[in-house]
Design a protein. Sequence first.
Length: 346
Amino acid sequence: MTEDWKSFLLANGAEFDNDFLSGFGNIDLERRASVGGDVMCDLSQSYRLLAIQGEDAREFLQGQLTNDINGLSPETSQLSGFCNPKGRLIANFRLMQNGDTLFAIVPQDVFDTTLQKLQFYIVRAQVVIGDASEALVHIGVSGDRAAAQLREHLGALPEDLHDVLQHERYMVIKVGDERYQVFGNLEDSKSLWQHLDVQCAAVGGQHWQLLNIRDGIGEITAATCEAFVPQMLNMDLLGAISFDKGCYTGQEIVARTHYLGKQKRRMYRIKILSDTPPAAGDELATDSSGENQYTGTLVTVQPATDNGYEALAVIQIKAAETEALKLKHSASQIELLPLPYSFESG
């Protein structure tokens, strides 16, 4: 986040805690507004923008990422993952294109690791990878009236999931049902924020993660880096893996998991009642679990709109379907919640 953008947000009611934008005055109200309401939020602290350029950029990414880069265009974004040689996710993110530059919208927590490990594979390829985070302001917009205001300001919106609108002043991606990510320069982003402020509630970026949880989109963080194969995060169900694109780092393990039907863990959406705040990387267990055993791992966690916490967790399928779950190291109750897609679709 640039100082100019931070100053603008401060002038519009933002509250910062040690340089982290914590909210706009009432976190509980913001959380409730984010679910089913009309909200806008700064995502510059939640994500950073990785720029990949050069004549070999597409070929290079094709050999590193889980999705088929040939499906990426200026009008279409895609979800993808970056694995280590053992098929474990270093990061997962959304890709978009503007001109000859490819961008990866990488969660802040694993950005530096992703950049370093991608650069390791460049070798002789004509590719330049860098941090473009301060070049564009990143805003999240969600809700029916918010979308209507966004359309009013831009004149149009991308119609289908993953579509990109290349506006003369903005790049807009449809990332969910009436959910959009918008990128623009500083002055244009100020103008958009002020326009949306008529109907939208400004909220902290952490509430965007609650919407991701409800959409069944898990994100790798430092706590879970290199812990899961992509299918454990349901990335095959989200269209983020191509099984016929050819080789990429970790491809053999990912393909074997798919074709041999050895998937024993899936990502579930859950509700947690606990006196101790849970966090990504925390382990789940059942009454039958041994002292050194666990049946699941939390991926993403946010406070719920009522009480407790909503989360995504990678869990042993058998345990999730037949046993009561709990946090391994604290008293808790866990309830399975529905996802917007089924495991059978994979």
